[in-house]
Ligand binder design. Structure first.
Ligand code: 13P
Ligand code: SF4
Length: 350
């Protein structure tokens, strides 16, 4: 576990990280991408970190891959690539720099290491987990195989390397229905997200989809009544839900898609008002690109994603610590499942 006090002490000796109006002024162009959601006074606190991280990235020949749930100062301030799980996995295969700093959760960093094993992959906080990834082990996959002999196992990328290695193919929220539809046989096992599986089952009625009972602690909190109440008082609002939400929630939404699918939908339709039924930072990250859209509704935070901060990113790059290592044999097997997903996704997209 990170010793925050000693990390802060060491960083203060190595960098000038005091809030600075000069640093904030010097990086006004970056702040302009988030000034609807990050006040200039806050930016004066972040700017010294952003400057130090961007310098260190060049010195270490590192790139930052950041998930759409990162906070705006990370998403706009230091990330080289942003995206959903599928986009980040594909980008990881293309990285030429020596170091990948994964700003997201642990399974995402493992996926990058699996796909590009020659690179040093760092995660700023090893404890950035995921309730879905923690809900199943390779023994759980074996249990499902014993229960449904011969059925292919489609595992969400939100799983550990061991679980990926025990699966036939992976999927993400942006390709799950197409991957399941492409499987041979009538029954398809989906792990570990019961709600994603139930949403996919509705979209692929020709398959008998069976699932593991995992769930996302963020998306399972939304209820269909929340959405109905909201729509009643704000009938013009477009409601857009991530498919990790329970199916009765997705049924109340106007659209459901991956985090990048949600961003694309709002860009395309530019509604006057939008409720993103997903993690809180999503709306903040696109608020400035879409000045005509009011983002409304509840704000749910992923406590794992929020473990990643500018301070920990700087520490990780400064010390080259929090390296993600995957057993070579496990990685080789997991790579087959992830690569199958990438190849099939490309084939489906034409
Ligand atoms: P996406 O692949 O849609 O970005 O989802 C990842 C995730 O963890 C959502 O909770
Ligand atoms: Fe996992 Fe849910 Fe957090 Fe995504 S939002 S990382 S699925 S806990």
């Amino acid at each position: 576990m990170l010793d925050i006090a000693s990390m802060r002490g060491s960083l203060a000796e190595a960098y000038d990280l005091a809030p600075s109006v000069e640093a904030a002024e010097a990086t006004r162009d970056i702040h302009a991408r988030m000034d609807r959601v990050v006040p200039f006074a806050d930016w004066a606190r972040y700017a010294p970190y952003v400057i130090a991280i961007n310098r260190l990235k060049a010195e270490r020949n590192a790139v930052i891959l950041a998930h759409n749930y990162m906070t705006p100062e990370i998403f706009h301030g230091v990330a080289d690539v942003v995206g959903d799980s599928l986009q980040l996995a594909i980008k990881a295969t293309e990285v030429e720099a020596d170091v990948i700093v994964q700003c997201g959760v642990h399974f995402m960093a493992e996926t990058s290491k699996i796909l590009n094993p020659a690179k040093t992959v760092l995660i700023p906080d090893m404890e950035a987990g995921c309730s879905l990834a923690e809900s199943i082990t390779a023994a759980g996959i074996a249990e499902m195989r014993a229960k449904y002999p011969g059925a292919p196992v489609v595992s969400y990328v939100n799983t550990t390397a061991e679980v990926k290695a025990a699966s036939d193919i992976c999927c993400t929220s942006s390709n799950a229905a197409q991957i399941v539809a492409a499987m041979e046989g009538d029954t398809v096992i989906m792990t570990p997200d019961q709600y994603l599986a139930q949403n996919v089952a509705k979209m692929v009625p020709q398959k008998n989809v069976v699932w593991w009972e995992g769930s996302c602690i963020v998306h399972e909190q939304f209820t269909p009544q929340d959405l109905r109440d909201f729509r009643k008082f704000n009938p013009e609002t477009r409601i857009i839900a991530h498919p990790e939400c329970p199916p009765d929630v997705v049924a109340e939404a106007d659209f459901s898609g991956s985090t990048s699918g949600i961003i694309d939908y709002v860009h395309k339709h530019q509604p006057k008002s939008a409720m993103l039924v997903t993690e809180c930072s999503m709306a903040s990250n696109i608020a400035d690109e879409l000045p005509g859209v009011d983002f409304v509704g509840p704000c749910m935070m992923c406590p794992y994603m929020k473990k990643i901060t500018l301070e920990k990113i700087l520490w990780s790059l400064h010390t080259m610590s929090q390296e993600v290592v995957v057993d070579l044999e496990v990685a080789a097997k997991a790579r087959i499942a992830v690569q199958r997903m990438i190849d099939l996704s490309r084939k489906i997209a034409g």
